[in-house]
Write a protein that binds this ligand. Structure first.
Ligand code: SF4
Ligand code: SF4
Length: 109
């Protein structure tokens, strides 16, 4: 049951959450951050620090934000615009650096 970042993060991106994550699994797109469901250990440390309450456990995501459950996964499992292969599980967001693109769903918001 990984945690998920939903729409309130779009164009906010203050990144408080990335400093709390013990496994560094919160990755930076262009307009939003994304939690890697394969790397998240479900600790909950990121949720209370988000100033816009964008983060919640996947089973507690509000109905109107449900598309973001799949969307966080797609950021890692699909081939993002301008890339040749999926990100997969890079093993650390700070090491990887900003990815600089979003999923098509987020780019079109
Ligand atoms: S703390 Fe919230 S708004 Fe800031 S980057 Fe993380 S999810 Fe986005
Ligand atoms: S729940 Fe824990 S492991 Fe998952 S993204 Fe948040 S801080 Fe990182």
């Amino acid at each position: 049951m990984p945690y998920v970042i939903a729409s309130p993060c779009v164009d906010v991106m203050d990144k408080s959450c990335t400093e709390e994550c013990p496994v560094d699994c919160i990755y930076e797109g262009d307009r939003k951050l994304y939690i890697n469901p394969k790397e998240c250990i479900d600790c909950g440390a990121c949720e209370p620090v988000c100033p816009v309450e964008a983060i919640s456990q996947d089973r507690r995501v509000p109905d109107e934000e449900e598309a973001f459950i799949a969307n966080n996964r797609e950021f890692f499992e699909s081939v993002l615009p301008g890339r040749d292969e999926p990100l997969g599980a890079p093993g650390g967001a700070h090491k990887l650096g900003p990815v600089g693109v979003d999923t098509p769903m987020v780019a079109e918001l």
